[in-house]
Design a protein around this ligand. Structure first.
Ligand code: AMP
Length: 283
């Protein structure tokens, strides 16, 4: 059987096609983990789950310009392919696909945008115009190239996960979407490639994000949703973090709630210095 003892790096869609043909010859399953690199243990948890559940795992590393709504944010996004590959050392049957922009977005790529509906307009959609349209385009092109049996996404990007489910259905991809829990530092800070850009002090300040989420969860059925949100929003007047949004929403529709339900998700986006962080808690 076709096996790989070391992580293999491929760059072109042609190489990917050849890899895919080998898998098909042996009827081997493929798990897919799309990333923008600067890999950390959050990414690794998805990759390890894919390695457990599939014969082969493909990790894509591509900083997608289409999903950035600020050129400064795109320019500052961390990129280090060598250390990404190093982190994956020791994984068997793992292939890294690091395509060029021209390869992933050929002219006339046949992509037809979809209407994301209300899920695409709230939270991140409201504050990052064009972001999800860029996510849908890249995931569409990747899914079409990769043809995976399963694809793994983090609940850290909860709204993105909801949109991935929508696009999978809309474009008729046969890939099963697997949701993976958020991996946190022991401090509670959600792991993120953007954390690399935080100073020591900012890392401490950023803990307010998880503290606020846990506080709101602890107020369920003790205060009204509005009281819990107002009390928490007031904490941001200290100025350490600049709050962009804080909302309690329905996990299916992402519609803001005025009353507690059995399950809800509290979502937050805040700027810590020049770094924009997002997090959420399902409770
Ligand atoms: P990114 O490289 O930020 O585009 O993330 C690639 C994938 O990793 C996405 O599905 C993210 O939701 C997931 N991810 C990022 N951070 C974490 C984390 N702390 N825990 C679990 N999954 C994560």
């Amino acid at each position: 059987m076709f096996r790989m003892a070391k992580v293999t790096l491929i760059h072109t869609s042609q190489e990917l096609q050849q890899f895919h043909e080998k898998l098909q010859e042996d009827s081997l399953s493929l798990g897919f983990v799309p990333t923008m690199g600067a890999l950390h243990h959050g990414h690794l948890s998805l990759i390890e789950k894919s390695c457990e559940e599939n014969d082969f795992t493909l990790v894509s590393i591509f900083v997608n310009p289409k999903q950035f709504n600020s050129s400064e944010d795109l320019a500052k996004y961390p990129r280090d392919l060598a250390s990404d590959i190093h982190l994956l050392d020791g994984l068997q049957n793992c292939v890294v696909f690091a395509p060029s922009e021209a390869d992933l977005y050929p002219a006339n790529d046949g992509f037809i945008p979809m209407d994301l509906g209300s899920i695409g307009r709230v939270l991140e959609g409201a504050f990052r115009p064009g972001h999800f349209e860029g996510v849908v385009h890249v995931v569409h092109n990747l899914f079409r190239l990769v043809g995976a049996n399963r694809a793994y996404f983090g609940q850290k990007d909860f709204q993105q996960l909801a949109i991935i489910r929508l696009l999978t259905k809309h474009y008729g991809f046969q890939t099963e979407i697997i949701a993976c829990p958020t991996v946190r530092e022991t401090s509670g800070l959600a792991m993120s490639s953007r954390n690399m850009r935080l100073s020591e002090q900012e890392r401490k300040d950023a803990l307010m994000i998880i503290e606020v989420l846990r506080h709101i969860a602890s107020m369920k059925n003790k205060q009204t949703v509005q009281e819990a949100l107002s009390e928490s929003t007031a904490l941001f007047s200290s100025g350490k973090l600049t709050l962009e949004y804080l909302a309690v929403v329905d996990p299916e529709t992402l519609i803001e709630l005025t009353d507690w339900q059995e399950n809800q998700i509290c979502c937050i986006a805040a700027h810590c210095g020049s770094v924009r962080l997002i997090d959420n808690l399902l409770f």
